[in-house]
Design a protein around this ligand. Structure first.
Ligand code: HEC
Length: 220
C-alpha cells in the first residue's frame, strides 16, 4: 500500500516536471537564450530544389556550339597566288591580303590543299581536282597528282611516274604558272584556249574562283 502511494506520488510530481522540462527544452532549442525564435521558423524555401535556377547561360547548339575561329576571306586564285609567290612552302606560313584588306596568315595544309582535294569548293557539284588528277600518276589525267604537296610540286606529264614532270607553278611566278592559266577563267573560259579547271566548270564561276574562308586575321 505504501509502495502504491509512492508510485502515484512519483507520477503526480514526476510527470509535470517532465512536461515542464520538455516544454523548456523545445523552447530553448527553438529560441535559444535570447528569445529570438528563428530556430523554430520554417526553413526558407524547400530544401530540395525543384527548379534549377535560370542563372546559367542557355546551352549552345548547332553552329554556335563551338566558337568559330575568325577566318579571312579571299578569292581561291588570290590565295593560290600568294602561296606560289611566297615560294610554295609546305609548312611555312605565308601572308595574303583578304577581301577586306587584312594581312592574313595561311599555310598549305590548312588552307591551300583543300582547294585540290575537296569537292564542291569551286562551285556547287564541282568534283575535287583529285577526281581526275590523283596519286596513281600513270593513270591520272595529264599524269598529274594533285592529292599531295609532293604531287603538286612534281607537276604534270609524269607518264612513267617520274619524280619531276612539267612545272605547273611557274617556278614561283604566279601569272606564268600553268595552274593559274588553267584556273583563271572569266566567263568560264581560260585565256589559253584550254578547258577551265575543274573540268566542267560553269561560266558563272568568278574568274578567280569563289571567295573562300581561309587563313587567320592578324591578332587584335
Ligand atoms: C573531271 C576531270 C578533271 C578535274 C576534276 C580536274 N581536271 Fe585538270 N585536267 C583535266 C583534263 C581532261 C585536262 C586536259 C585539258 C586539255 O585538254 O587541255 C586537265 C588539265 C589540267 C592542267 C594542265 C596540265 C598540263 O600539263 O597540261 C592543270 C594544271 C589542271 N588540269 C589542274 C586542275 C585543277 C587545279 C583542278 C581542280 C581545281 C582540276 N584540274 C580538276 C581533267 C580534270
Amino acid at each position: 500500500m505504501k509502495d502504491l502511494k509512492a508510485i502515484i506520488l512519483g507520477i503526480l510530481v514526476g510527470l509535470p516536471v517532465l512536461v515542464i522540462l520538455f516544454a523548456f527544452g523545445v523552447y530553448y532549442l527553438g529560441c535559444g537564450t535570447n528569445n529570438t525564435c528563428y530556430g523554430a521558423a520554417a526553413p526558407l524555401g524547400t530544401p530540395i530544389p525543384t527548379l534549377i535556377p535560370a542563372s546559367l547561360p542557355a546551352p549552345k547548339v548547332g553552329a554556335d556550339a563551338a566558337p568559330l575561329k575568325p577566318r579571312c576571306h579571299v578569292a581561291a586564285l588570290d590565295l593560290l597566288g600568294a602561296w606560289v609567290s611566297a615560294g610554295y612552302q609546305e609548312t611555312e606560313p605565308f601572308h595574303f591580303t583578304d577581301v577586306t584588306g587584312l594581312d592574313c596568315t595561311a599555310n598549305f595544309k590548312d588552307d591551300v590543299q583543300m582547294l585540290f582535294i575537296t569537292p564542291n569548293v569551286w562551285y556547287d557539284g564541282a568534283p575535287a581536282c583529285t577526281t581526275c588528277h590523283y596519286a596513281d600518276v600513270i593513270k591520272a589525267t595529264k599524269n598529274m597528282d594533285l592529292s599531295s604537296y609532293a604531287g603538286i610540286l612534281a607537276g604534270s606529264g609524269r607518264a612513267n611516274a617520274e619524280p619531276k614532270g612539267n612545272d605547273i607553278l611557274g617556278g614561283g611566278t604566279w601569272d606564268q604558272a600553268l595552274l593559274y592559266a588553267m584556273l583563271y577563267a572569266p566567263d568560264g573560259k581560260t585565256t589559253i584556249n584550254r578547258p577551265a579547271m575543274p573540268l566542267g566548270r560553269p561560266a558563272n564561276v568568278p574568274a578567280k574562283g569563289p571567295v573562300i574562308a581561309a587563313g587567320i586575321p592578324p591578332a587584335q
